[in-house]
Design a protein around this ligand. Sequence first.
Ligand code: XMP
Length: 333
Amino acid sequence: MNSNVRPETMERITTKALADAFIEEQVAEVRAQVGDKKVLLALSGGVDSSVVAALLIKAIGKQLVCVHVNHGLMRKDESENVIKVFGEELDANLIYVDATDRFLDLLAGVSEPEKKRKIIGAEFINVFADEARKLEGVEYLAQGTIYPDILESIKAAEGKKAVKSHHNVGGLPDDLKFSLVEPIKLLFKDEVRVVGEALGLPHAMVYRQPFPGPGLGVRCLGAITRDRLHALREADAILREEFDKCGLAEKVWQYFIAVPDIKSVGVKDESRYEGWPAIIRAVNTKDAMTATIEEIPYAILHKITDRITHEVDGINRVLLDLTPKPIGTIEWE
Ligand code: XMP
């Protein structure tokens, strides 16, 4: 698949049969492209990189080297899940790098959102490049580029101004020159999911809500501290659990907690209890350019508030963000 233009004749992949045909075609193409060489992949656990990993495991097995970098800004149990699915169930050649300290040390005291994004993006490349340099015989880099990414970069090249610097894996340093393997680059997101299910990936992974490259780093607002990051992760896990239970997880496009760097006065066990607020954000959108607010039933909001304030150390209030995009962006930073 060398062209970056989706042919008008390419049928939309909507069924398992079409996905199976696509997989078969890509398996043959990847085998022909890489021969017996090794292929490297940054596996975040997101839908796109996971589908590429599963596809390449099918095509070339252990010739694929997956590197999962835990930047310390993952959601609860996310890295563990990547290890379980790819390291154990799919028996992938998986390198797990816990780089939490590297990232959190660099981010200490940094409160400006764009600076935080730049640090996270650059350090991600540093950690990934460090791992790549340790390996021998790698000639290819696989990427989970999808068709909207290609359309976005065409827009960027036309000089449209971005609101924030969204980035995942940027360019690698000059000493690491790889040829690219991009098996899903002509697919739209819905097609990637159909292919993911046909490859046997877990439903929760294939239908995972979008999660930004900088992770919880842009939800732990202002200068990140380990205690507030921990509180955010725990509160977010409760929100996800409750959304799962009541069916909202299937319905809402993206939902998460943000925790700002402010404390308010509360009372617990008859004593003064200062804590951070947990802000619930739950939005629906088609393309993330605009977004509307999901109306969450009060009974569910009460349950979530009750659980978060009782179960998460350091959180003493729960707030609901009612702002559509525009004017608010989906993420707070
Ligand atoms: P905003 O906050 O710009 O977010 O309204 C729109 C969508 O993009 C996600 N997002 C990112 N995704 N890398 C990503 O891959 C990033 O740096 C990034 N920043 C925001 C956000 O979660 C939402 O789905």
